[in-house]
Ligand binder design. Structure first.
Ligand code: ATP
Length: 297
């Protein structure tokens, strides 16, 4: 008998998920599977529910939501043998897109039932895990505006980009250390990714792989508004690295530091996060999470 626990974020995406016990029982026969469906009632609740599921002996834990919900659930599974299942109910669904997990609920349930597994890398930013991406600068500002707009759609995301452009101030100078080198720059954004999609099928790092043990980093130095528009167009074409001011590299560690007394606004897997410090250390844990994926992956 396999215990499969589903943790559902009811507000993810359009907030219209139709998952229920009756539907699940059509895919998971009662003689082989013991199912448990839990609903997240507030931010952070999915983490508490996942920890409880681990104590209750779950064999598989399924995050039903977007990258934020996956982050809350998967952070409890890193380094364990308990596989993460994903039902992509989110808006952007960066990790699910990279893993080719279908958005269609029935197809995603068939995939879970087949339970083909693989291991993926996990990013860590100052002790917090990320599975898709993290970033500072313009990227964090967009997520801050996106969250406050309460419109978790592509048009809401684009509107947040425009608001962030209007609010743009002179970027602070930071020091970046990676691959044994260090340099100072005033970046428009520093984006660090484990996945080749950041959400909505858009990508700042189309060459990234979930299984190469490397972080893909895109640093865009100070740019004027025209260049920002060019970056926006290149982003829509998934070719942001073609911008002259964009520098892409791969690394296993990355350290960012700003002047003493300052702090970083960041985003982790699409959720706004204030780093109460002037240093950020980002690393990668190779193949530290087991995930249920399509057989051909
Ligand atoms: N009942 C709830 N009410 C309000 N917020 C919740 C609730 N349950 C979870 N959350 C929070 O909702 C946030 C957004 O969830 P999630 O990222 O899964 O959806 P999304 O933003 O639509 O998808 P994506 O990140 O893929 O764009 C998460 O930060 C999570 O902490």
């Amino acid at each position: 008998m396999k215990n499969v626990h589903f943790i559902v974020n009811p507000i993810a995406g359009k907030g219209d998920s139709t998952i229920n016990e009756v539907l699940l029982s059509q895919y998971f026969e009662a003689k082989h599977f013991d199912l448990c469906l839990k609903i997240s009632n507030y931010p952070g609740h999915a983490t508490e529910l996942t920890k409880a599921s681990l104590h209750e002996g779950a064999h598989i834990i399924v995050a039903c939501g977007g990258d934020g919900t996956i982050n809350e659930v998967a952070s409890c599974l890193v380094g364990t043998d308990i596989p993460l299942g994903i039902i992509p109910f989110g808006s952007g669904n960066g990790l699910a897109s990279n893993l080719d997990i279908p958005k269609n609920l029935c197809e995603a349930l068939v995939l879970l039932r087949n339970a083909h597994m693989t291991k993926i890398d996990v990013g860590r930013m100052n002790g917090r895990f990320f599975f898709s991406n993290t970033g500072v600068g313009f990227d964090a500002s967009v997520i801050k505006n996106y969250e406050s707009s309460n419109r978790r759609t592509l048009s809401g995301y684009l509107a947040a980009c425009i608001t962030s452009l209007k609010q743009l101030t002179k970027p602070q100078e930071i020091e970046i250390k990676a691959n044994g080198r260090k340099w100072k720059t005033n970046p428009f954004l520093v984006f660090v990714s484990n996945t080749n999609v950041m959400g909505y099928h858009l990508s700042l790092t189309p060459q990234a792989s979930l299984q190469d043990g490397l972080l893909d980093v895109l640093v865009v130095t100070k740019v004027n508004r025209v260049k920002m528009l060019v970056l926006g167009v290149l982003l829509l074409m998934n070719r942001p690295h073609l911008l002259k001011e964009a520098r892409h590299f791969q690394t296993t560690t990355l350290a960012l530091s700003s002047l003493p007394g300052t702090h970083f606004d960041s985003q982790i897997d699409g959720e706004f996060h204030v780093v109460e410090d002037n240093t950020i250390f980002i690393g990668i844990e190779k193949k530290a999470l087991t995930v249920i994926v399509p057989e051909q992956l």
